[in-house]
Write a protein that binds this ligand. Sequence first.
Ligand code: DQA
Length: 145
Amino acid sequence: MTRVLVLNGPNLGRLGSREPEVYGSATFDDLAAAVRGWAAGLGLEAEVRQTDDESELVHWLHEAVDTRSDVVLNPAAFTHYSYALRDAAAQVTTAGLRLVEVHLSNPYAREAFRHVSVVGPVATGTVAGFGQDSYRLALAALAPS
Ligand code: DQA
């Protein structure tokens, strides 16, 4: 089965208790289980990870390049300012792999600082604003045809 890395940045481990009016009441474990189920139904094997650590996320993107894995990435707040993450994401797509940036919320409908994504320009595509379904749609885009 084709392996996909589903990588999640800071504070997403707090889903369920973190601003439920924005991010919903499902926990990160709920999200991870849903992602694994959707992936399996699409013929993908999703490895779901979360970290609050920028360097760990960068290393996981290097791993995606080295193992030739497509990526679903929710960079969380790093979206808006991490050039290190942007440069790591660029290595994924310039290696001919696909990287889909996802967001639970729609950052463009929120505070001005969320209107910039430094990752978006080097991603294959972006899905935002559909809650957990953002991940399902991203996986569908990566599914074998
Ligand atoms: C987020 C949106 C970001 O602006 C925010 O910093 C997050 C979550 C989302 O999934 O909606 O942590 O990436």
